[in-house]
Ligand binder design. Structure first.
Ligand SMILES: [Zn+2]
Length: 140
């Protein structure tokens, strides 16, 4: 095979992979939106069992399960008011049972910083420049 054909095949392969990822994400999103209204159970601290949590971040996430199928759900990251550990509560779409299940885990300092770092940076920038109107002149 000549080089241009190999490059062409690689490009086609990349496009196919990209398209399938987009389709899977769109499929998971639309299915999740149809199911979302079920309220998750109260967040329990994985370390001490307290339901009192200072939620720092909450939102949606997308990913893959252990079999490589698209999954996702809601995510809450916060600090336990009782024992002070950082923890994350996730709802995870289970492709086998076709239901969301819920997981709690303790975050290490490193994970906490990775999860919250960009949000903290945004908050700091917003508080330093409270009166931004229109376009930003200085992009860091
Ligand atoms: Zn706790």
């Amino acid at each position: 095979m000549s080089l241009p054909i190999i490059i062409l095949l690689i490009v086609i392969g990349a496009v196919v992979v990209l398209l399938s990822v987009v389709v899977v994400v769109a499929f998971v999103r639309s299915r999740r939106l149809a199911k979302v209204p079920a309220l998750p159970p109260p967040c329990k601290c994985p370390a001490c069992g307290s339901e009192q949590m200072d939620v720092f971040l909450s939102g949606l996430w997308d990913g893959e399960d252990s079999a490589g199928r698209g999954t996702g759900g809601t995510s809450q990251i916060g600090t336990c008011k009782s024992c002070g550990v950082h923890c994350q509560h996730l709802s995870v779409w289970d492709n086998d049972t076709k239901e969301s299940r819920y997981e709690s885990r303790v975050l290490t300092d490193e994970q906490w910083q990775r999860e919250t770092g960009s949000a903290m940076r945004r908050q700091r920038e917003a508080s330093e420049q409270p009166f931004i109107t229109g376009g930003q002149n200085h992009v860091a």
